[in-house]
Design a protein around this ligand. Structure first.
Ligand code: TA6
Length: 298
């Protein structure tokens, strides 16, 4: 492995699941695993805390396949691609090997890993051959987890795309969890034919398959988990969509890379720009979506 990408005693590049390379980071503030595959944060635990991110015990760790858990990076489309049923769900960024651009430790002890993806012929063929872009995922690991997804348009035409940080959170039991922050916000309900609805003045509670794309919201979300006596705060900037998902029983059984009994222990609260909030990035411009995850006791 490339030792210039290591920080002695703090961060090293090792062989992870399925032989895929990953950064293992351990500081007095936190521990984390970051795969080059999909620039995916697979594990994050602040010191003295249980893991914040969920990872399926059935996940694949294979080139060309998505990892089921942590923070998949979704680009350049969310969900299925309109007009192209053969295109991979959630785009191609999550199934590609990214390049490690840099790793450093700041004076405050936070470790920052930067990963980069540039288009190859296969991506150009799959999406838009005339587009030229660079994707960067900047991940800062400290007592909080901060992620910046940067899209740089290096071409001469505007780029239209969707993006998301599809975060899987670890919870004690989703049936006792509440998600605050999306009260009175409009959403598309994928579990009900993508009907457009409005959240009432209450937090989200989970009693069945939940798959909702909230639009035109920059609100911070709070995942209240009485079982773990903690609140997970999900702050964000330059993101106007929040997706909330739990597959419940039947969908969990239908996924080959997810355990039948794992659904109670996870909830996705995703930071993105999708549907009504899809992005248009001008030539030579960049868009940076940021999210900061931190926990507090409750
Ligand atoms: O973010 C929610 C969602 O779009 C759901 O509809 C569900 O399909 C989930 O993502 C997982 O998608 P995947 O392609 O990883 O199976």
């Amino acid at each position: 492995m490339d030792s210039s990408l290591e920080i002695p005693g703090i961060a090293r590049l090792v062989t992870g699941g399925g032989g895929l390379p990953r950064f293992e980071i351990a500081t007095p503030l936190a521990e984390a695993h970051v795969y080059l595959h999909g620039a995916q944060v697979a594990h994050f635990a602040p010191a003295g805390q249980p893991p914040v991110l969920f990872m399926s015990a059935q996940s694949w760790f294979q080139p060309g396949k998505p990892i089921r858990g942590g923070v998949p990076v979704i680009f350049p489309w969310f969900g299925s691609r309109q007009g192209d049923a053969s295109a991979p769900a959630h785009g191609f960024a999550r199934t590609r090997a990214w390049a490690a651009e840099s790793i450093l430790q700041r004076a405050d002890g936070v470790v920052v890993v930067t990963l980069r993806l540039e288009p190859d012929d296969a991506m150009r063929t799959m999406w838009n051959a005339s587009h030229n872009w660079v994707l960067r995922h900047r991940i800062a690991i400290g007592s909080e987890l901060s992620m910046e997804l940067e899209i740089e348009n290096r071409g001469t035409e505007p780029i239209q795309c969707e993006e998301a940080l599809h975060t899987y959170f670890n919870v004690s039991d989703v049936r006792g969890v509440m998600v605050w922050g999306l009260e009175n916000t409009e959403y598309y309900d994928k579990a009900d034919g993508m009907r457009r609805k409005r959240q009432d003045g209450e937090p989200i509670r989970f009693t069945a398959e939940t798959d909702r794309t909230y639009v035109n919201t920059e609100a911070t979300c709070i995942i209240e988990d009485p079982g773990l006596h903690r609140r997970i705060m999900v702050e964000k900037r330059h993101s106007h969509s929040t997706i909330v998902w739990n597959p419940w029983i039947a969908k969990a059984r239908a996924m080959a890379d997810f355990g039948d009994d794992e659904w109670p222990r996870m909830v996705c609260v995703e930071t993105g720009n999708v549907a009504d909030n899809r992005l248009e990035i001008a030539p030579s411009a960049r868009h940076v979506t940021e999210t900061v995850v931190h926990c507090e006791a409750c």
